[in-house]
Design a protein around this ligand. Structure first.
Ligand code: ADP
Ligand code: MG
Length: 447
């Protein structure tokens, strides 16, 4: 396998990803660069492209890399800006903050405290995270941050890691999602020789940053392993920071002995931001991305319309910038209203109660007068396919489930079905008022 060139492997992966990849404007901008046993590097011209690929394709691509190259091979997407550097602000800042190569720590250099806008909704979590970063292992240990999707939990986790690397460079910082932790744990038990490596890696960290801990629900073996890792680190006053979409007490099917430990340090939550914070975040993002000349009235308009979460806020800003450049039209409030107007599914204010796949399946089944089992079946008639795709799309939008989890909830082996469903719905919304209406009513119902 290793004789194959990066280009061959990349072509193979893109063809496996199918139509979605062929049509995807972001994947079209990738260039394969290097391939080793553990890393496949592709370059993209912009940060936004990197994020889009990261968010939408990373899991699938990593799976294909495992298959075509070998276990442990991961995708690394690096931004190589064209010579006429259009975002000088970002590239210099990124270079300054990346102390260690990102692949060793998996830290995202752009998620720093400097770039985190503080408002009433996240003040407590920000203060607690900064406290941990300044005095790791001392204050607030463990720190448990919880809140809805896209509200800045992962950003804060990376900010802690980046700060510690810059200010306490002797400390070993490890950032990991619970999903990666579980996958590495499974690898370590299937290939016994690496069990020791796994333990060495996690139990010698000075700072363990573990994202989306709700993923461990129902994963008993991984919980057991995490329990031991946690205890060992905690006993030795090493810092642990965790994030979750819900507070420790609501992590059903995570063992009580774990949830009680999660809550024994500091628990802080993040709420959806208010208008002023949303506006300040948009200004920050313009600076990060090097977007100049976007008027305050346009930013206020976006902040007014998008009330859900920050990821969405950022997405809409990027979309407007891109559309105005593609259509060669000036980015005015009128233009923003035209582009974002029909997509007005963005108003559901994030609810405090975490939405589950069961809520979604139940609402969709009622709405289309089907049985939940129809949604989970693999019957291909249109009466089922369309509601099933809507359900998957809603899971992606309203929960923080991974693609695999969504696939499993619909009895699908392969999560590319989920990607396909989400893309399909997303693409149709702007052209299909009925669909837009269905989605709006469903979201209102679910919340
Ligand atoms: P979560 O992990 O809670 O789902 P993320 O940390 O991934 O959310 O945040 C989603 C996006 O919003 C990221 O691009 C992040 O940089 C941005 N973001 C979130 N909160 C803030 C903030 N307070 N200031 C600036 N950017 C933020
Ligand atoms: Mg996150």
């Amino acid at each position: 396998m290793m004789q194959q060139s990066p280009n061959d492997i990349w072509m193979q992966i893109l063809s496996e990803l199918g139509d979605i990849a062929r049509e995807d404007i972001f994947l079209k901008q990738t260039k394969p660069i290097t391939l080793t046993d553990s890393q496949f590097t592709v370059s993209v011209p912009a940060l936004f492209t990197q994020e889009q690929i990261h968010d939408r394709f990373l899991t699938s691509i990593n799976e294909y890399l495992e298959e075509f190259v070998g276990t442990g091979c991961r995708l690394n997407i690096t931004v190589v800006q064209p010579d006429n550097n259009s975002t000088p602000g970002f590239s210099s800042a990124a270079a300054a903050t990346s102390v260690l190569p990102a692949k060793e720590t998996r830290l995202d250099p752009k998620c720093t405290f400097d770039r985190f806008v503080v408002g009433a909704s996240n003040r407590l979590s920000h203060a607690a995270a900064l406290g941990c970063a300044k005095e790791p292992g001392d204050k607030h240990n463990p720190l448990f941050i919880h809140g809805g999707v896209g509200l800045g939990k992962t950003h804060l986790l990376h900010a802690v890691g980046n700060y510690i690397q810059a200010h306490h460079s002797h400390l070993k910082v490890l950032y990991v999602t619970s999903e990666i932790f579980m996958n590495e744990y499974i690898d370590s038990i299937s290939a016994r020789t690496t069990a020791q490596d796994f333990r060495n890696k996690y139990r010698t960290a000075n700072v363990l940053l573990i994202d989306d801990i709700q993923f461990l629900r129902g994963k008993e073996g991984t919980q057991e392993e995490f329990f031991h890792t946690f205890n060992e680190l905690h006993l030795n006053s090493n810092q642990i920071v965790m994030t979750s979409d819900r507070p420790p007490r609501n992590l059903e099917t995570v063992e009580e002995r774990l949830t009680s430990r999660f809550g024994c340090g500091m628990v802080a939550d993040i709420d959806p931001p208010q208008f002023e914070t949303r506006l300040a975040i948009l200004r920050q993002k313009c600076e990060d991305y090097g977007y100049e000349n976007i008027t305050d009235s346009v930013l206020s308009y976006i902040a007014e319309v998008v009330q859900t979460n920050i990821r969405d806020l950022e997405g809409k800003l990027n979309r407007l910038v891109m559309e105005s450049s593609v259509r060669e039209e000036e980015l005015t409030v009128e233009f923003a209203a035209r582009v974002l107007g029909p997509l007005s599914t963005q108003s559901p204010v994030v609810h405090h109660r975490a939405i589950t796949v069961d809520d979604i399946q139940e609402a969709v089944a009622n709405y289309f007068e089907l049985k939940i089992s129809h949604l989970k079946s693999s019957k291909r008639n249109r009466a089922y396919v369309y509601p099933r795709q809507i359900s998957m799309y809603l899971c992606r939008e309203l929960t923080s489930m991974s693609l695999q989890e969504i696939a499993a909830a619909f009895n699908k082996q392969d999560h590319t079905t989920v990607i396909h469903a989400c893309d399909k719905i997303q693409e149709r919304i702007p052209h299909d008022t009925k669909l837009e209406q269905d989605i709006k009513l469903l979201i209102a119902d679910i919340q």
